[in-house]
Write a protein that binds this ligand. Structure first.
Ligand code: TRP
Length: 491
C-alpha cells in the first residue's frame, strides 16, 4: 500500500490525541458515571479495571499492531491476513455505519443543548422555550425537523474534519480539542465539587458497595462493566486498526496500547466527578426532577435540570453551555474515528486500483450515506412515538413484533443492537482467536519490535490474553449484549 497517499500521523502525540479522542466520547461522560454509581461504585471500578487490563489493553494492542503491520483499513487488513477473514472486516465497516448513524443524532442533541444554553444566556426563555429538563426532552425528540437539522450539522462538521485528512484534519483538530476538553472538564469539576451537598454525589459514584454484587447479581455487574469497557475503548470494529495503519514504524505500540486505555479511564472518572456531585448537590437540596437513578436520562434530562433549575441564572446557563459544548467535543472526536473507518475502505480501494484517493469526495459521499441512515433515528421519536409522534415507525412496529424487545423499540436501539450488540463483540472475539491461535502472538511481537530499539515486554502475558482471556471475555460481552437487547434473562 502506498502509505504516502493514505496519509500518516505527523507525531505520536497527534496519534494519541486522535485515538484518545476516539475512545473518550458519550460512553465516558454519559454511560460510565451512572453505570458505575448504580453497580457498586468503587467495587464496579475494580472489576472495570481488571477487564481493561486483561481484555481491553490486549485487544487495543492487537488492533494497533494489525493495522500498522498491514497498513490498511479494517476490510483490507482482514483480507490481507486471509481471504477467508474478509467478512470480519466487513462487520467492522458496517458497525461504523450503524453506530455513526445514531451517534451523530445524539451528537446533534449536544449541539442543540449547547445552543439552547447560549440562547438562554443572552435572551432568557428563548433557548428551551421555558420548559424543564423532562418536558423539553420529550418535545425535542418528536420534533423531527429539529432532529434532522442538528443531525445534519453534526454530521457536516464530522465530514469537514475527516475531509482534511489524517494529519491535516483529524490530527490537527484532536490535538487542540482533546487538551481543551480536559481543561473544560476540570472547570466543571471545580464548580460541581464546590456546590453545597456535592459530597453525596461523590459517595454515590465512588463509595465501595460490594453488596451490589449480591443485590444486583455479580454476573449482571460484570456484564455491564464488560460492555461498557469495550465500547468505551472503541474496540471491535477496527477503529484502532485504521488509526494504527497511519502510525509510523518508529513508534512504540505496546506503550501506546497502555496509554490509550489509561487515559480513557481517567476521562471516565473525571466525567463522573463533573456530573455526579452536581446531581447529588441539587438532589439533596430537593430540586425537582434531579436524582441519581435517571439512568440513560442522565445526560439530556437530569443534567439539563441541574444547570437550568439547580444552578439557574447566568451561572447555570454559562456552565450549561460549557458542559454541553464539552460533551459535543467528546462526541465529535469519536464520530471522526467512526467515519474514518468507513472512508478508509474506499480510499484503500481506490489506491489499489491505481486511482487518486480523492479523500474529499469519498468522505462526502460516505458521510452523506451515513446521514441518510441516521434519518430513521431522527424520525421515530426514539421509539416514544409508538402510537403517535413518530414520522416513521420504529422497527418493532414496522416488523409487526408483538413483543417489542429492546432491540426493536427504536431505530437507535436497532442500529445499536446490530453493531454494539452483535458485530463488534463478534469481531473482537474472532480477532483474538486469529491472533492467538492462527497467526500466533508472535505476529504482534514482530510488529512491536519492528520499531527501532523496542523489545516487547510482556509476551507471555499477551499470549495468554489472546488465546484465552480475550476470547472468553468477548464471548461474555456478546452474551451480555444479546441478553440486554432481547431480554433473554441469561444473567
Ligand atoms: N468510544 C466512544 C465512546 O465512548 C464511541 C466510539 C467511537 C466507538 N469509535 C468507536 C465505539 C468504535 C466502538 C467502536 O463514546
Amino acid at each position: 500500500m502506498d502509505q504516502e497517499k493514505r496519509g500518516q500521523w505527523a507525531s505520536n502525540f497527534g496519534f494519541l490525541m486522535a485515538a484518545i479522542g476516539s475512545a473518550v466520547g458519550l460512553g465516558n461522560i454519559w454511560g460510565f458515571p451512572y453505570k458505575m454509581g448504580a453497580n457498586g461504585g468503587f467495587a464496579f471500578l475494580i472489576i472495570y479495571l481488571i477487564l481493561v487490563t486483561f481484555v481491553g489493553v490486549a485487544t487495543m494492542l492487537g488492533e494497533l499492531a494489525l493495522g500498522r503491520k498491514y497498513g490498511m483499513g479494517v476490510v483490507g487488513t482482514y483480507r490481507l491476513i486471509s481471504k477467508k477473514y474478509t467478512w470480519i472486516g466487513w462487520l467492522g465497516f458496517l458497525s461504523g455505519f450503524f453506530i455513526l448513524a445514531f451517534y451523530s443524532v445524539l451528537g446533534g442533541y449536544t449541539l442543540r443543548y449547547t445552543i439552547g444554553f447560549l440562547l438562554e444566556l443572552f435572551s432568557k426563555g428563548s433557548g428551551f422555550g421555558g420548559m424543564g429538563g423532562g418536558q423539553f426532552f420529550g418535545s425535542f425528540i418528536v420534533n423531527s425537523g429539529a432532529n434532522v437539522l442538528y443531525h445534519f450539522l453534526f454530521m457536516g462538521l464530522t465530514i469537514l474534519i475527516v475531509m482534511g485528512g489524517v494529519s491535516g484534519g483529524i490530527e490537527k483538530f484532536t490535538k487542540v480539542a482533546m487538551p481543551a476538553l480536559f481543561v473544560m472538564l476540570l472547570i466543571v469539576i471545580v464548580r460541581s465539587l464546590t456546590l453545597e451537598g456535592s459530597f453525596s454525589g461523590v459517595e454515590f459514584m465512588f463509595a465501595p458497595n460490594f453488596a451490589a454484587f449480591s443485590e444486583i447479581g455479580f454476573m449482571k455487574v460484570l456484564k455491564t462493566a464488560a460492555g461498557q469497557m469495550f465500547f468505551s475503548l472503541s474496540l471491535g470494529m477496527g477503529c484502532m486498526i485504521t488509526y494504527g495503519s497511519y502510525l509510523s514504524k518508529e513508534e512504540n505500540l505496546e506503550k501506546n496500547a497502555v496509554i490509550i486505555p489509561v487515559a480513557d479511564t481517567i476521562f471516565a472518572l473525571l466525567a463522573g466527578l463533573a456530573v455526579m456531585p452536581a446531581v447529588g448537590a441539587f438532589m439533596s437540596q430537593g430540586v425537582e426532577g434531579i436524582n441519581f437513578t435517571a439512568g440513560p436520562g442522565l445526560l439530556f434530562i437530569t443534567l439539563h435540570q441541574v444547570f437550568s433549575v439547580g444552578m439557574g441564572g447566568v451561572i447555570g446557563n454559562l456552565f450549561g453551555a460549557l458542559f454541553y459544548f464539552l460533551v459535543f467535543i467528546a462526541a465529535i472526536t469519536s464520530a471522526i474515528s467512526l467515519l474514518e473507518v468507513c472512508t478508509a475502505y474506499f480510499i484503500d480501494k481506490r489506491i489499489e486500483k491505481g486511482l487518486d484517493p480523492s479523500r474529499k469526495k469519498v468522505t462526502l459521499v460516505t458521510g452523506l450515506a451515513i446521514f441518510a441512515l441516521g434519518l430513521l433515528v431522527c424520525l421515530d421519536g426514539l421509539g416514544s412515538g409508538v402510537g403517535g409522534g413518530a414520522v416513521i415507525d420504529p422497527p418493532g412496529v414496522m416488523l409487526g413484533m408483538e413483543n417489542i424487545r429492546a432491540a426493536f423499540a427504536s431505530w437507535l436501539d436497532f442500529y445499536d443492537m446490530i453493531s454494539e450488540g452483535v458485530f463488534m463483540p463478534l469481531g473482537a472475539l474472532i480477532m483474538a482467536l486469529i491472533i492467538g491461535w492462527s497467526l500466533k502472538t508472535t505476529v504482534i511481537k514482530d510488529e512491536v519490535e519492528a520499531s527501532p530499539n523496542v523489545l516487547m515486554k510482556s509476551y507471555q502475558f499477551w499470549d495468554i490474553c489472546y488465546k484465552f482471556i480475550v476470547p472468553i471475555g468477548m464471548f461474555f460481552v456478546l452474551l451480555g449484549q444479546l441478553d440486554d437487547f432481547f431480554g433473554l434473562g441469561i444473567f
